[in-house]
Write a protein that binds this ligand. Structure first.
Ligand SMILES: [Zn+2]
Length: 67
């Protein structure tokens, strides 16, 4: 676990978006093709920022629309 260095990787993430990136998805924990970096809000004070795979991104995007 090395979340501490994620805050300074925004520019790198943008570059990654232009090519296939395989990383550990923070939603499902699997090594999948990464769609983007998202922040999960467990509660008002607990958040987790990290890569999210295409599969989980679409699943959560649907949930967001359903609200
Ligand atoms: Zn996932």
């Amino acid at each position: 676990m090395a979340w501490y260095n994620l805050n300074s990787t925004d520019d790198i993430v943008k570059e990654f978006c232009q090519e296939r990136v395989i990383d550990r998805c923070i939603f499902c924990g699997q090594h999948e093709e990464i769609k983007t970096t998202m922040t999960i809000y467990f509660s008002e004070f607990e958040t987790n920022t990290g890569p999210i795979c295409k599969r989980c991104y679409h699943a959560n995007a649907k949930k967001a629309v359903m609200k």
